[in-house]
Design a protein around this ligand. Structure first.
Ligand SMILES: *Cc1c(COP(=O)(O)O)cnc(C)c1O
Length: 391
């Protein structure tokens, strides 16, 4: 904190109202997991994203794992993923026993570059996972072309993309399994949770079985039956069941989605206006084919700016403004380090991007403090003058 003013937080979940009551109702009902609220959440979610079916899971990570597993990704296989993503994208591939093959991004959208993805396809490649990074849809026409050309599966990592559109069509309705997250950092939340949207009812059926140990009758089916039903287990599976407590919260959150998206868009446009013309920075690219969710506001602090991205973050924190580094580069982490792998666009973006506070509930005067500080810290300070200043 500084100057007696309150801290500006980086993110905060938006409560639609009624979440606590909805949870209390579930508790009172006695049906706490994989029950009627989960079924309702799946139905409403599928409607919202224009998918035939939606299958709830415990997180986007488990959604990705389940989808890749169901599409046959296993030991010895490779899956092409962007390195510029949250590490969950790669961990889901590893959880299948497969190897993530990292490819570079388009430096303007921060999304997996279809040409780089094509170059990373090899004889063992089973799937490609385009990520709609911070809610900006990837170039899905190009990825659909790659699926045809190479005969590989596409699974969308749509963790941050609920409500986003690609050429007018909602993410989740493009014909590929799309995996969403309900972590508190995402657009809508139920604490933890995930969803797989799909246009393929047979795949949805299989995902529903796999998420509860491949049990061939659901608890809802058994409950509805007039006689005792004994379930069977035709194959091995997982426990990725969502609780009805989470689904009840998720249902309330879905009702607030339009407001949340509009508010995020409004705040992003305010940033665009207030930060236009600041020397050395690049504002987020907003391509015409896409409607993004503005899950975050990525400000790129280029090499010509008087401060580096990390220095800017430190200086903002000293004024009580919390930011986060941009999306990580997975191949630079020890967990996935690969000898000799260089992804120049990914490495530059991971180094140069700062995420600014953006969430419904961020007040205009708080946002003005952020933009005022960024403008002051980056404008007209001769290179080196601040860099060399000690604490
Ligand atoms: C947050 C995130 C995930 C993981 O979501 P969880 O629900 O926390 O498992 C995966 N991919 C991307 C791109 C994300 O941003």
């Amino acid at each position: 904190m500084s100057g007696g003013s309150e801290e500006v937080p980086f993110a905060r979940p938006w409560l639609a109202g009624g979440e606590a009551e909805a949870v209390a109702e579930v508790l009172a009902s006695g049906w706490l997991t994989q029950g009627p609220r989960v079924e309702e959440f799946e139905r409403r979610f599928a409607e919202r994203v224009g998918a035939a079916e939606a299958v709830a899971t415990t997180s986007c990570t488990t959604a990705l794992h389940l989808a890749l597993h169901a599409l046959g990704v296993g030991p010895g296989d490779e899956v092409v993923v962007p390195s510029l993503s949250f590490i969950a994208t790669a961990n889901a591939v590893w959880q299948c026993g497969a190897r993530p093959a990292f490819a570079d991004i388009d430096p303007r959208t921060y999304n997996l570059d279809p040409r780089a993805a094509a170059a990373a396809v090899g004889p063992r490649t089973k799937a490609i996972v385009p990520v709609h990074q911070i809610g900006l849809p990837a170039d899905m026409d190009a990825f659909a072309g790659l699926a045809e050309r190479f005969g590989v599966a596409i699974v969308e990592d749509a963790a941050c993309a609920i409500g986003a559109r690609h050429r007018g069509r909602p993410i989740g309705s493009l014909g590929f399994p799309a995996c969403f997250s309900f972590h508190p950092r995402k657009v809508v939340t139920c604490g933890e949770g995930g969803m797989i949207a799909t246009s393929d009812p047979a795949l949805a059926e299989r995902l529903r079985r796999l998420r509860q140990h491949s049990m061939d009758r659901s608890a809802l089916d058994r409950h509805a039956a007039r006689r005792v039903v004994i379930e069977g287990y035709p194959e091995r599976g997982f426990n990725y069941r969502m609780t009805d407590l989470q689904a009840a919260v998720g249902l309330r959150q879905l009702e607030a989605l339009d407001f949340i998206l509009a508010e995020r868009r409004r705040l992003a446009h305010r940033y665009n206006e207030a930060l236009a013309g600041v020397p050395g920075v690049e504002l987020p690219h907003d391509p015409a084919y896409a409607e993004r969710t503005w899950q975050s506001y990525p400000l790129r602090v280029g090499p010509d700016a008087p401060l580096g991205a990390r220095e800017l973050m430190d200086a903002l924190l000293a004024e009580g403004i919390r930011t986060r580094p941009g999306v990580m580069a997975i191949h630079l982490e020890d967990a996935y380090a690969e000898e000799g792998l260089r992804l120049p666009h990914t490495e530059a973006a991971a180094r140069e991007v700062v995420l600014l506070p953006l969430f419904p509930g961020l007040k205009d005067d708080e946002q003005d403090r952020v933009t005022g500080a960024v403008r002051r810290l980056l404008a007209g300070v001769p290179a080196g003058a601040v860099r060399s200043a000690g604490p």
